[in-house]
Design a protein around this ligand. Structure first.
Ligand code: NCD
Length: 328
């Protein structure tokens, strides 16, 4: 039995307020999440992981599309596995830049219009910074942004917050170190916009001179009175952070390949440095890791990045359930 497509209002583009979109409709950026929404996702994620068998048929009859034009391992597999483990069907194009009609010059808008006539929900990863907004403007079904160029990766922010909640027992009153390529990465932005909503958080940004945080992100923190400091070396922050969020240099997004190569390895959390962190601090990373997080750190009791990656499955199962079955 296939479910009827629960199309969003035909005038989605009109009712959709890009500043405050309903998180139950489309997921495009982490500014749209309110704490009660996160709470709902986390409670459901916990229920599913505790008793997955009871959720086996939750999405029976639904068809989920994954449309990815950029490389992916975790996000791709965890969304796909989440949909299938809940009983949904999955149709996908990984490498849509090579294998979908994008190759023939079709616009993202036309592709999404057509895909949304076939499925109940679209998980989209696309190289364009504005791709999820563009998709939402034409889609008849919910769209989840699974990575939009350099700008956002909101479901990563959900699983990051879920990990912090599980591992530190709270989402506020934390000193959060965010290190790596803050100019071209998207996970850091989504994490910071999300965690900035919780009282008492302070951010410590650590980046080489050519990887500084985006001005819009810093402006947002200033406007919301959220304290932050900027640094160029990990030594300056390891002692006082409660959470250290490492990220890789996004070499594929540099204009100059030589500059990309020379930037790699500028920030490395060496095992001996990680030992100086607070005993109850945690080390996170959205993965993939390259030079910045040597595998020797895996033995440090603060390392949580593989747990973080595993959490993605439960959070995405919860999110798909909420978007497809909750009447908004
Ligand atoms: C990240 C991404 O795609 O932005 N990976 C992920 O989804 N876990 C991080 C990265 O590519 O550096």
């Amino acid at each position: 039995m296939l479910r009827p497509v629960r199309t969003l209002a035909k005038e989605t583009a009109v009712v959709f307020n890009p500043k405050y979109p309903s998180p139950y409709q489309h997921v495009i950026m982490s500014q749209q999440f309110v704490p009660s929404f996160l709470e709902e996702v986390f409670v459901l994620a916990d229920r599913i992981r505790a008793d997955e068998a009871s959720f086996r048929d939750t999405l029976q009859g639904f068809v989920v599309a994954e449309h990815f034009s950029e490389a992916s391992t975790r996000t791709w597999y965890s969304f796909g596995a989440a949909a299938v483990r809940l009983g949904a069907h999955l149709v996908c194009s990984q490498g849509s830049d090579k294998f979908s009609s994008e190759v023939k010059g079709e616009s993202l808008e036309d592709s999404i219009r057509v895909i949304s006539g076939n499925v109940h929900l679209i998980v989209l990863r696309h190289v364009d910074d504005d791709s999820s907004r563009r998709a939402v403007a034409v889609s008849k079904v919910p769209v989840i942004n699974a990575g939009s160029g350099k700008t956002q990766h909101p479901t990563q922010a959900l699983l990051d917050a879920y990990t912090i909640q599980r591992e530190r027992g709270r989402l506020g009153n934390l000193i959060i170190g965010v290190a790596g390529d803050l100019t071209r990465g998207r996970t850091c932005d989504s994490l910071v916009y999300n965690m900035a909503k919780y009282p008492g958080n302070t951010f410590r940004f650590v980046a080489p001179y050519n990887c500084k945080p985006k001005p819009g992100l810093l402006q947002h923190l200033r406007e919301h009175g959220v304290p932050f400091t900027e640094h160029e070396s990990l030594e300056e922050v390891v002692h006082d952070v409660d959470v250290l969020y490492m990220t890789r240099v996004q070499t594929e997004r540099f204009d100059d390949p030589e500059e990309a190569q020379s930037t790699r390895g500028k920030l490395i959390l060496h095992a001996h440095l990680a030992k100086h962190m607070k005993d109850d601090a945690i080390i996170m990373h959205p993965l993939p890791r390259v030079d910045e997080l040597p595998k020797e750190v895996d033995a440090n009791h603060r390392a949580r990045y593989f747990e973080q990656a595993d959490n993605g499955l439960w959070v995405r199962m919860a999110l798909l359930t909420m978007l497809l079955t909750r009447q908004s």
